[in-house]
Ligand binder design. Structure first.
Ligand SMILES: [Zn+2]
Length: 211
């Protein structure tokens, strides 16, 4: 597989580092190295992006990793690993970002569930909008939240798909919701995907938890 054309849009290095470490946690060092080889990201083998907020991790690098996961493990296996990697990405580090720091406070913990979601989800979106080129927004409906990624790194440059493919983002949202809610699992479905020709990537989050 040849490396995908660069997007010129970036995550901070720290997000790239967190994602690669999460992949290593989920699939082991050898699995990670195979994925980095397959996605043309050999420069990251034993040399993770630095732990800083400089915007240098190109969106195409994340979508390349998603493609490599599917090529190596098949659509089903790749999807499972991408979901787990997304969850690990949040669990390992994103919860420590400023906009979400207050979620651990007692004053937040005693809020009703829906108030937690109403505060926590936009806070997650804000982290991405503020420190990366991934602009994200949240809209509240009667029974669900609509989480929209306006420029999505997960499917950057992809067209050859017949279903939404942004599983790393879905996993990240699932784990973020679990943490914000204090332990609940929520249904998250990607309803629009840029790789399918839609303008944005959109995720429907049911307000009522499934567990
Ligand atoms: Zn996407």
């Amino acid at each position: 597989m040849s490396p995908m054309e660069k997007s010129g849009l970036y995550y901070p290095n720290k997000f790239g580092m967190i994602t690669i470490k999460a992949l290593e946690e989920v699939m082991g060092k050898n699995g990670l190295n195979a994925i980095l080889n397959l996605s043309g990201l050999t420069h990251y083998i034993d040399n993770y992006p630095p732990d800083n907020l400089e915007k240098q991790f190109d969106f195409s690098e994340l979508s390349g990793i998603g493609i490599a996961l599917e090529e190596m493990y098949g659509p089903r296996g790749g999807r499972g690993l991408a979901l787990r990697a997304g969850r690990a990405t949040f669990a390992d580090a994103l919860k420590n970002f400023g906009a979400l720091a207050g979620v651990g406070d007692m004053a937040f913990k005693v809020l009703p569930l829906q108030a937690k979601l109403r505060i926590g989800l936009p806070a997650m979106a804000r982290i991405f909008s503020q420190i990366s080129d991934q602009h994200s927004t949240v809209e509240e409906k009667e029974n669900e939240f609509i989480y929209t990624i306006h420029k999505c790194p997960v499917c950057w440059g992809r067209h050859d798909v017949d279903k939404p493919v942004c599983f790393i983002a879905t996993g990240l949202l699932q784990e973020g919701l679990k943490w914000v809610s204090g332990g609940n699992e929520f249904r998250v479905n990607e309803s629009l995907c840029h790789a399918l020709g839609d303008d944005v990537c959109e995720f429907i989050i049911q307000k009522e938890p499934i567990s």
